[in-house]
Design a binder for this molecule. Structure first.
Ligand code: ADP
Length: 261
């Protein structure tokens, strides 16, 4: 797994500024996503991580600078589970199928489309949950269902917003392994995460964000007390375990979060 991205560029953000109305969130961002990239975006709440994903996805325009996309690139997005309306009366199979049929209602789905859905549900280990209502899933199963929806689009670039928030340790391992497999198969992956030890330290490439890009590189290059202090506004200790950095919150008196507005 390379992950640092040396293949052809899929998206370039050059000197990009972005925000919402008068709220300036990101300033002078230079970020290139390559075909073989596997990157985690880390930073405190409100730092602009989701905003950066929206720029990559194309649902938010830059207010300054340039965004260049590889033509005809397929991108898929896995949202934060908290943002989903789980009361929508739909089964797992229907929810995933609608991603394949672009919202077309069920009776007209072709046999091939249905077979593709079953196959991706099996691959993600939730084939036996196809007829369940989406509300009846655990956090890990919900995450797999959204991954299934994303995979059906056969994306070159997969974007995930906090894919391990609210899931247990074993599901977190499963999600990490699954993403590593997809990356091995050639998919570029960019995700946001709050979880420095459980997620970020296991990724090949990280970008630290707080209103701007503060650092980028391998976990050992960017998970350092100095970079973390610049990113989070708090001093943290970093230990080494099995060649990976482990962040210890030494519990300073106040955790100051930088105001990036
Ligand atoms: P993060 O993902 O790092 O928590 P976000 O990118 O979601 O940060 O948000 C960065 C800032 O932009 C925050 O101050 C947030 O309140 C603001 N923001 C996010 N989305 C919107 C929006 N749709 N409209 C206005 N402000 C927003």
């Amino acid at each position: 797994m390379t992950g640092t991205g040396v293949g052809p560029v899929l998206i370039s953000l050059d000197n990009v500024d972005a925000g919402y109305g008068n709220t300036h969130v990101l300033h002078d961002v230079n970020f290139h996503v390559h075909e073989d990239q596997f990157t985690g975006i880390v930073g405190p709440s409100g730092a602009g991580k989701t905003t950066l994903l929206r720029l990559l996805l194309g649902t938010l325009d830059a207010s300054g600078g340039t965004i260049t996309r590889s033509p005809k690139m397929a991108t898929a997005y896995v949202p934060q589970l908290e943002t989903v309306n789980w009361d929508f009366p739909i089964t797992v199979f229907e929810c995933v199928l609608m991603s394949r049929t672009q919202g077309r209602v069920l009776p007209w789905a072709s046999k091939t489309e249905k077979a593709e859905v079953h196959s991706v549900l099996e691959r993600l280990g939730i084939g036996d949950l196809a007829e369940r209502h989406i509300r009846e899933l655990s956090g890990g199963q919900q995450q797999r269902m959204f991954l299934a929806r994303a995979l059906l689009r056969q994306p070159q670039l997969l974007l995930l917003d906090e894919p391990t928030s609210g899931v247990d340790v074993s599901t977190r391992h499963d999600v990490l392994h699954l993403l590593a497999d997809l990356h091995e198969e050639g998919m570029a992956i960019v995700l946001t995460t709050h979880d420095l030890n459980g997620m970020a330290a296991h990724l090949p490439h990280l970008v630290c964000v707080n209103g701007r890009i503060i650092a980028d590189g391998s976990p050992n290059e960017v998970i350092t007390p100095d970079v973390l202090e610049q990113t989070y506004g708090a001093r943290m200790e970093v230990l080494q375990h099995l060649g990976m950095p482990v962040v210890v919150d030494s519990g300073g008196p106040v955790l100051v979060q930088k105001n990036i507005a």
